[in-house]
Design a protein around this ligand. Sequence first.
Ligand code: ADP
Ligand code: MG
Length: 434
Amino acid sequence: MADLVARFRDVFGDSGPVRVVRAPGRVNLIGEHTDYSGGFVMPMALDRAVRIALVPHDEPVVAIRSVQFDERAEFRLPSYGKGDGSILCEAPGGPFRPFDNAQGRPEVLEGRQNTPVPFSDAPHWLRYPMKVAEVLAEEGIVLRGFRAVVDGDVPVGSGLSSSAAYEVASALALLVAARPDVPAGLAAALAEAHGLSAERLAELCQEAEHRVGVRCGIMDQFVSLHGRAGHALVLDCRDLSFEAVPLPAREAKVVVTDSGVKRRLSSGAYNERRRQCEEGAERLREFDPAIRELRDVSLALFEARADRLPEIIRRRCRHVVTENARVLESAEALKAGDLARFGELMNASHDSLRDDYEVSGPELDLLVEIARGVGGVMGSRLTGAGFGGCTVTLARPEAVEPLRAAVLEHYPRRAGLEPRIWVSEAAAGAAVEV
Ligand code: ADP
Ligand code: MG
């Protein structure tokens, strides 16, 4: 990662000035299954990121070498010429030939010259920047081609949103190539130079992910752009207003543990819960016509009227209503520097997800149980949609190694799975580094 510029020069044999952009992955600390009821979430940016080193050129082509996937591929920018988003890609694992620097023309493989490959044949990792370019072009931004190397240390496919990090990094790469005069700095300044707010940029990246084929919410792209070092973000999913609350690294580390269980929240289970939330909101509207969705249901109203809901709907709604309250209380606790209270709220969140929302699983429960047994661990819960994926644990810095040791000692034996553990602190959002 440190040598991304050297890597770029190695791949492209180019000695000109190289720009570098980065966008972090994220973890959600509390506020689970609240987004689709217009509620609150509290993610933070990780100190792991996707980085892209690039040099703009005059061809309307984006050529990218992926370090992770050991492939190179390129696509034609949609706002140029044909506007068909056609791509030319090198055969996976095929020979790599450097660019012809004298002419500044991208190399294409013989026989493939100018033969567009359908989107569905593009390498999956190329689809993200392709779709980001498409949405930016539709937004009226005049794009310029570049050659680039992409590398990252956000684990891919573990729920830490490497995809959102990559979309945001791709957007910054495209924007910086189109405006090389914009100096290094935070992403918001670069977006602004193009007449875009950072919020709009997050929406465009979300739209790109939808077009790749994943119906994600906005949280991941939002926090990748807006993350602040030493802070978590309290995000209101209804209007995207947010506030940074302190999470000082010297007092607490955030430990993400991958259970090794593939996230298997089927669309069926997910849609069922969405429906149950909608039904709950509809039934409670009888008592207050201002209730649009569960976000509008106060704890007091819920407690007064819960007996009017069918048992399963009551438990689903209880999770969402109490979880929203927990996020807001967490924000207050962090502002007051009360990490211990925040940890208790994380624990309560997990128990609610397990018992009321029923989206945990034996492996996640086991990881949480192991973590909570370690001195200096303040709280532990599942993070993400559930049924598999990761837990997030808040630990005093000195508790990190005992926690790691406990997980490695007990989890493989009892779950029959290998965990993966990443320690992070709350990091800054996306930026143009160089
Ligand atoms: P995650 O939970 O990590 O977001 P996804 O399946 O949503 O998992 O996204 C992972 C995909 O994002 C990868 O398969 C790849 O196509 C793309 N991706 C993520 N990080 C990188 C990277 N550093 N380089 C290239 N592609 C990446
Ligand atoms: Mg993803």
